[in-house]
Every structure is written in C-alpha cells, then in structure tokens.
Design a protein around this ligand. Structure first.
Ligand SMILES: [Zn+2]
Length: 237
C-alpha cells in the first residue's frame, strides 16, 4: 500500500480524484493525493474529500502514515467515513496552502540572507520562522527584510532536482538545517534549487517563481536560546 504524491510533481494542483485504499483509526489512505502531509516544518494540508453522492468529508489535517510513502487524511470527528475502494474528489483549502507555499519559499530566501546554521524552523499559514545559531547582534530586522525583498523582486524561477543519497553524502554542506535532516533510505533526495540563490534538500511545496511571494515583513527577532535566535516573518501583501 502506498500513496502517489501528486503535490510533489505539481504543487499547484487544487483538485483531483483518488481511490480509497484504507480507512483506519488515524484516517483515510488514498492511492494518490494532492494533500501535503506535515513534515519539514510545513503543516499538513486541510480541505475536503467529496463522495460520489456529494457528501463532504472535511479533512482537518494530513500526516505521514506508518511508512513514508503513505499519506493519512485526518477527517473531522463528525465527518462521514468512506468505504474502501470508493472514488473520491479531492479539494484542497487552496488559499491556506498557497500562503504556506509562499512563506515556505520565503524561508529558503531568509536562510540565504542570514548566513548562519539553521537550528530550527516552522510555518503556519500566516507566519513562519527560522532559528539561527548566530549572535543576536548580527540580526537586523530592517536589513533582513530589505535583502529578502530584494531577492524576491529578482523574480527567479524555482526548480526541483533529485540526487542520490550518495551524492548528498558527498556534499554535506547542502544541508543547512541541523534540526531537519532530509529523508534517507529511499535512494534519492529531493532538492529545491533557486538558481543563483539557494540549493538545499526539501520535500515541501514551493511557488514556481519567487516573485509570487510578493514581499515579506519581519515580525520580530527573539532570543530563544543559546543556539536559537528566532526570525519570524509574515507575507506583507
Ligand atoms: Zn522547501
């Protein structure tokens, strides 16, 4: 049993169809999905699965299953459950996901503007943050905001690249985050390339062109620990 990750090849899919493989206590497993499961600091998607009779199953979260190639769609407690092998229409909460895609891509840029090891990170639909192992005196909100927005204005297209585990092991500098290591053991690792700006392993969903981010604001910079100087951003537009 495994789920085909449609969002991996096309993060812009808002709707699709799929077949139910299993309904477990944790949720609904489909043969393919446009719903991104929680991981790499990006929240799981929400939306709805629509049954052939029009009944809607609200999906309140999406998680990885027992194995990394399974996606579990978590239904609202009161939502009806589908039958195995049932064909469903998938509808993503696109507004929420697109905000996450813009913020997620902005974090890639932020990790280039602040030149320091990343010690943590997280995203919500309305804000995102990275923690850096750096001295507070090196973090200037205005400069970070200005330089990130200058990068965004360059309007560079993003690219997905796959490399083998061996190739990644040979280039450890590619991995910027100390807290989130790329998934191993499947033979290959997915990278996001922002030509001339960034290249790092990432399984999340990103915008096609960084101009889609619009602009960001630095909400605050806080000392969250010896190795965690937290820069929090939001979309400005
Ligand atoms: Zn990413």
């Amino acid at each position: 049993m495994s789920t085909e990750f449609l969002f991996r090849d096309d993060a812009y899919l808002r709707a699709s169809s799929a077949r139910v493989l299993a309904v477990t206590e944790r949720g609904i497993v489909l043969d393919r999905t446009i719903f991104y499961p929680l991981g790499g600091g990006q929240p799981g998607d929400v939306g709805a699965l629509v049954r052939p009779n029009g009944e809607r199953i609200a999906i309140v979260d999406t998680r990885k299953g027992e194995t990394p190639d399974i996606v579990v769609h978590v239904p609202a407690p009161e939502a009806p459950r589908p039958e195995p092998d049932e064909a469903l229409a998938l509808e993503l909460d696109w507004e929420r996901r697109y905000s996450l895609m813009r913020l997620h891509t902005a974090l890639h840029l932020l990790s280039c503007v602040v030149v320091a090891p990343v010690s943590g990170g997280n995203m919500a639909p309305d804000r995102a943050r990275l923690d850096f192992d750096i001295d507070m005196s090196q973090l200037d909100a205005q400069r970070i905001e200005h330089e990130t927005n200058s990068l965004i204005a360059s309007g560079v297209g993003t690219e997905t690249v796959w490399i083998t585990d061996e190739e990644l092991d040979a280039q450890p500098a590619l991995v910027k985050t100390m807290s989130v290591q790329p998934p191993r053991g499947v033979g290959r690792v997915r990278l996001l390339r922002i030509p001339g700006i960034d290249l790092q392993p990432c399984g999340g969903t990103h915008v096609r062109n960084i101009a889609e981010i619009g602009a960001i604001r630095v909400l605050r910079i806080r000392n969250e620990g010896k190795r965690n100087k937290r820069v929090e951003i939001a979309l400005a537009t």
